[in-house]
Write a protein that binds this ligand. Structure first.
Ligand SMILES: [Zn+2]
Length: 260
């Protein structure tokens, strides 16, 4: 009987030791790995800063190396639709340069043809250029030929101005028919946070809306054609930097979260 009791006691001690070991592993080692991750993030953001600076100096348009950024990090893709123009787009570009932040511009063909120099500048400064159709037409309807014209004409114009075609298409109003998406011939990139700058046209409301809605893995919709957006974007970027967000292009966003 006493033999049984000592066996039970030994069993209890072994279980206690295992429990303590498990506790140590979960709480102490896990915390260490979080620390390591933070260090990695710090290194990678430093790397991005250095690369973005040299990118802009060299005007080579090399993609920023985001290989150290994980899908679990706070990542945000700032996207600007309906431009470019020579006023608010220009101001936004100055801010992005000063803040060393990369963004994506979903341009409309009718604006592109009027502002070729701005298109070149967007590319030269290391941002991603994407398509928002030639004349901002609703792509829910339309024959194959009409859709080809809206998408294809703009791609050919981009090719002539910048030497390459964009990867992504954002259908105007975010609407398209799932049955006609293969007619576009390019992947679709929508958004998951709307700054509602087109609704409020109010800088403070735009900032409040974005900061309330922001979460890891955000693609935020803005319009670079509004002065109110240009007036508040620097303050939004600074707030997101305080929240440790990494700014990525749409292409890098999809690479990091591994879809599309
Ligand atoms: Zn639009």
């Amino acid at each position: 009987m006493s033999k049984h009791i000592s066996l039970i006691l030994i069993g209890c001690i072994v279980l206690l030791m295992l429990g303590a070991g498990l506790y140590y592993y979960q709480n102490v080692l896990a915390e260490q790995s979080v620390t390591v991750d933070h260090n990695k993030n710090a290194t990678s953001s430093k790397k991005i800063t250095q690369q973005s600076t040299s990118e802009r100096k060299l005007h080579e348009n090399k993609k920023t190396d985001h290989t150290n950024i994980k899908a679990s990090d706070n990542i945000v893709a700032l996207t600007f639709d309906d431009g470019p123009n020579t006023t608010s787009t220009k101001k936004i570009l100055e801010i992005l340069k000063r803040q060393n932040v990369q963004a994506t511009f979903f341009m409309v063909g009718t604006q592109v043809e009027k502002n070729e120099a701005m298109v070149k500048q967007v590319k030269e400064e290391g941002h991603e250029i994407a398509s928002h159709t030639y004349s901002h037409k609703n792509l829910m309807t339309g024959t194959s030929a009409e859709i080809e014209k809206e998408v294809g004409d703009l791609n050919r114009l981009f090719k002539r101005i910048t030497g390459s075609e964009p990867k992504y298409l954002r259908p105007p109003f975010g609407v398209y028919d799932t049955y006609n998406r293969e007619k576009f011939g390019m992947p679709i990139a929508l958004w998951n946070e709307d700054s509602q700058d087109w609704v409020s046209r109010d800088s403070e409301k735009i900032k409040t809306q974005v900061l309330n809605a922001i979460r890891p893995q955000s693609v935020v919709l803005f319009h670079d054609i509004y002065a109110e957006t240009a007036a508040v974007i620097e303050s939004i970027i600074e707030s997101l930097k305080e929240k440790n967000y990494h700014f990525v292009s749409v292409t890098d966003y999809y690479k990091i979260i591994k879809i599309n």
